[in-house]
Design a protein around this ligand. Sequence first.
Ligand SMILES: [Fe+2]
Ligand SMILES: [Fe+2]
Length: 197
Amino acid sequence: MQYTTEFKILNDYFWAEMAAGLVIGKWLRRVESFELADKLLAHTQEEFEHAQFWKQRILELGMEPIQVHHIEGKPNYFIYLNSIKTIEEFLCAVHAYEKRIPWHLNLEKTMDFWSPGNDVIMTEMIRQELPHIGWVKEYLTSHYTPSFIEQTFFKASLIENQTYLEMMKWYINSDDKNLQKLGSQALLKAGTFSLSF
Ligand SMILES: [Fe+2]
Ligand SMILES: [Fe+2]
């Protein structure tokens, strides 16, 4: 079956939210601090709510989600995320990923392959993602030294950036003209994304 670009992207959003909920949720059983566990619980819950949201959007378009596992683009970030042993490294890696979301969604929503009304939905989703950047940044800043954060975050941010760029190159080399355009735009604008904390 030939899937539309819109479906492929919404389907990826759905699974990305599910993956985020699962990976963040795992840390609920590893942290001692209730304050932190409570924040992780809220974050996990919101990622699953976002998954429900994208699922609904896919159903509205008359489709249903299909299981996909991307191995293209050498997913170094995800390998790194799953290899992390401490909560502070994990939070730095989450922050590196969450920071990318508004930047990428803002670019993606300007593409012309969307059904009417998608612009409003994506603007709302960007708004809902912003607190995920906020609480992690605030927590790290109030519990760890600036030099530790800088070093650990920088490592995660470089891996995330490399993974993202590889993914966009894979878009460019795909047989989907819309993804080719999206990948080219992303690479053209890549320099405007801040790698700082
Ligand atoms: Fe989300
Ligand atoms: Fe998020």
